[in-house]
Design a protein around this ligand. Structure first.
Ligand code: GDP
Length: 427
């Protein structure tokens, strides 16, 4: 059976975790294909909230094999801590398989992340400072260390010594920091972490293709989102990998023809964290209401997110970039707060021109004004809605507007954070 990709269509925090979790129930393999521990899925199971950073959501089901694909960057200490946290809470992590080709996040990546941000000053990107960007830079520069290097101390040490010479020169001579000690890093990674990570390392490409061959069900789970994609997002305020559906092929080792469903997760409004253009950003009072009701604070960082009205221009473009087959809407319940809602149907450019799709030039994106359509709110709590016919008429119309404007059907709608708080729409 071909694979399903689940991808965020905005700037992240769409609530992907709960739908990955929902779909994971029916999957044999759940694969993370990019990003690192800068992601943060929150899954609420029977009142218990699990914040997953690196481990794929499938871990919560005993029949699912969670896989960390080659496209991910891994800090082994963080991975082990996350597994220990899950084990303490009764979740078995022994099925987890980590690609030997995934790249390692090293101590100097953290230092460089911090320093680069500091040197960028006002232009800083607002990274999570977890070494993710520098680890991906080293991967592209071909000086990265990979998970498989943990299995061969000699190679690990050789590569480390070569790369550390350059990193230490940079740290001490450019950034005025203390150089890092190669012996200390090697001891920590090879003696402390490697023996515990080794049992998890495997041939994930082989595993995925064997599963495809057996007709098993595979889900490829994206972290971050379409507009944080390093190629298609609002550069430079993006992540350093490719969350778009195409990235799922690269980051897991399958070809496009092995994918037959791409689900885009659409929050009923939009949020973004940190800097960058945001056409539908709302005023402070509306923002406070959305942030309060939607609990729009970062899972890992606690940072307040910037909220805005639903942007259908972005959504139409996300449909193209990911070849979405269907949509899962989240957090519809948060909009119960408002009597009237605004939805952005187009942008008006600086010279009055109308954009139905994202302008390719970002200076235009910075200057567009959203063209809003006002629609009626429903003003009713949706927490206990479990069927489409229980949705208030205006809420249903809102969902139908999304499907119509996107040109693809909506399959699920989230009406609360709980595992069961969602409605299925017939295709
Ligand atoms: P991700 O970054 O896209 O993976 O976002 P998360 O999965 O971490 O979700 C962000 C937050 O939204 C979490 O606290 C979820 O519990 C919450 N959430 C997800 N779906 C819904 C929903 O339909 N309604 C409400 N109120 N909260 C939701």
């Amino acid at each position: 059976m071909p694979a399903t990709v689940l991808v965020g269509t905005q700037w992240g925090d769409e609530g992907k975790g709960r739908f990955t979790d929902l779909l994971a129930k029916e999957m044999d393999l759940v694969v993370r294909y990019q990003g690192g521990h800068n992601a943060g899925h929150t899954i609420v199971v029977e009142g218990q909230s699990f914040a997953l950073q690196l481990v794929p959501s499938g871990v919560l089901y005993p029949h699912t094999v969670p896989v960390i694909g080659n496209g991910v960057v891994v800090d082994p200490a963080v991975l082990l801590d996350e597994c220990a946290m899950l084990e303490r809470r009764g979740v078995d992590t022994s099925r987890l398989v980590v690609s030997g080709n995934a790249h390692l996040i090293m101590p100097y990546h953290y230092e460089l992340d911090l320093m680069t941000e500091r040197f960028l000053g006002h232009n800083k990107l607002g990274t999570t400072k977890r070494g993710i960007g520098p680890a991906y830079s080293d991967k592209a520069a071909r000086v990265g260390l990979r998970v498989q290097d943990l299995l061969d101390g000699k190679i690990f040490r050789q590569k480390l010594d070569v790369v550390l010479r350059e990193k230490n020169a940079l740290l001490s001579r450019v950034y005025n920091r203390l150089p890092l000690d190669g012996d200390e890093i090697a001891e920590r990674y090879l003696e402390e972490l490697a023996p515990r990570i080794a049992p998890m390392i495997g041939d994930t490409v082989g595993l995925i293709h064997a599963a495809l061959g057996r007709g098993e069900r595979i889900m490829l789970e994206g972290a971050q989102a379409t507009y944080l994609d390093v190629d298609h997002g609002t550069y430079p305020f993006v992540t350093s990998s490719n969350p778009v559906a195409g990235g799922a092929c690269v980051g897991s080792g399958i070809g496009p023809r092995d994918i037959d469903r791409v689900i885009g997760v659409v929050k009923a409004y939009v949020t973004r964290v940190g800097s960058g253009p945001f056409p539908t950003e709302v005023d402070r009072e509306t923002a406070d209401r959305l942030v309060d009701r939607g609990r729009e604070y970062g899972t890992n960082t606690g940072r307040r997110r910037r909220p805005g009205w639903l942007d259908l221009v972005m959504l139409r473009h996300a449909v193209r970039l990911n070849s979405l087959s269907d949509i899962a809407v989240t957090k519809l319940d948060v909009l119960s707060e408002f009597e009237r809602l605004k939805v952005c149907v187009a942008y008006e450019g600086p010279d009055g021109e109308r954009y139905e799709h994202m302008p390719y030039h970002q200076s235009i994106l910075h200057r567009v004004r959203p063209v809003y359509e006002e629609v009626a709110g429903w003003g009713e709590d949706l927490a206990s809605v479990t069927r489409v016919d229980q949705l208030p008429k205006a809420a249903r119309a809102y969902v139908e507007l999304i499907a119509e404007q996107a040109g693809v059907p909506v399959s699920f709608v989230g009406v609360g954070p709980g595992r069961e708080q969602y409605v299925t729409f017939a295709a």
